[in-house]
Design a protein around this ligand. Sequence first.
Ligand code: 5GP
Length: 121
Amino acid sequence: MSYDENNIFAKILRGEIPCNKIYEDDFVLSFHDINPQKKIHALVIPKGKYTDLDDFSLKASSEEMVGLLKGINTVAKKLGISTKVGKGYRALANISEHGGQEVPHLHFHLFGGERVGKMVE
Ligand code: 5GP
């Protein structure tokens, strides 16, 4: 699937749509999910144009890969849910059709602030 420049997260990255920002650096942008499923529900997206985790794994540079993982940890610390400062959380990436992905720009969901519960329905 080619990257859709008009997906909602591309618009957020370009500043065309607002978001409730948590963190930003050269590699990632993080903001609160508009429809939170848990007490804390954050999204972490890479700044590069990748449709999903498979696309990212195939095309991203090593620097971008490290940047995304470090970004997730930084956001978790900022939210008080990382294992260093809190009680943990779930990081989840939906991938394409069977994964239930709705927005075609790679994103990790971070759920926490309470027990997250069953892994899959
Ligand atoms: P997916 O199903 O693709 O893994 O998750 C997409 C997520 O993006 C959903 O949890 C949805 O609530 C969130 N979302 C969709 N549109 C917006 C938006 O405009 N702003 C924010 N902050 N989150 C959004």
